[in-house]
Design a protein around this ligand. Sequence first.
Ligand code: CA
Length: 357
Amino acid sequence: MKMFGKTTKLLVATAMLAGLSTVSLAKDKVYKWKLATTWGPTLSPFIDAPKNMAKLVKEMSNGRLIIRVDASNKHKSAFGILDMVKGGQYDMGHSASYYWKGKDINLLPFTSMPFGMTAPEQYAWFYYGNGMELMQKAYSKHKVLSFPGGNTGNQMGGWFRKEIKSVDDLKGLKMRIPGFAGEVMAKLGLTVTNIAPGELYTSLERGTIDALEWVGPGMDIKMGFHKIAPYYYTGWHEPATELQFLVNKKKFNKLPTDLQQILKIAIRVSAYDMYIQNYQMSAKAWSKMIKDYPNIKVKSFPTSVMAAMKKANKELLVEKTKNKPLLKEILDSQASFQKEVREWTKMSDYLYLKDNL
Ligand code: CA
């Protein structure tokens, strides 16, 4: 009996140890992921969002989830992020949804829409409207999860060589402008193209394009566009450009629940951080710009041009959603959310700013 008892105790102890080691093995398993971005290695603050996210994930997971961030010079496919995450060559991506409008137009609205929501309004739509649900619905056919990945806030309308006094001055121009705004400009008679961030200056310098929009002072001034195209227009087309973190759904589902939560939290924190980082960068660059670059002529598009843009935008919203129920559902959701939230924006920020500028 004594022997038997001892053996039983030993067996139980061995089983417990085996069980424990299985648990601790699962707990200690290190996941090594790769993330591809559209951005070059020094393109701050866009590149900082995925880098900050990876750093947070590493620290919060105590080294159990390591994410290597590859800039565009490494993978050489600035606009191939969705395909690479979908195909599993990369576990994650960081880019902007509207770059794939030719591939899947349903993904376009998750970046920003002309005359659309501001950043706080749009974040409210994503997280407390049904933006997130609609974004997952649109991305599900690609077997990819998508999360807000950092906002630029309101963008400037772009750099032009000559002053735009009428719609006729726009006609025939070749302009780099992505997203739905590109469709609007095409309707007004421009030739529209999208060009990777790293090639923007050269394209403008060589005359491949006559005009371009990029982001705002924080990111534009150091690109040097003002040396070639000194007319700098205020924005209408991207009031709240949200970048996106993409995650291969199969890879995400294989992560233990705690790492999934850590990843989601790190994504949300780094996205918000990019928004405020860019706000600070733009404010600083703006004050430096008006002092150091008096040749830059800051303008707003004339009322007639703005009216033509609004009209084209309205018509395109009808044309482009024809026979596209999901796109219509997304745009209708944005429009109705904007209608309601804008009334509050008027009562809060707008009236406050109007009386305190
Ligand atoms: Ca832009």
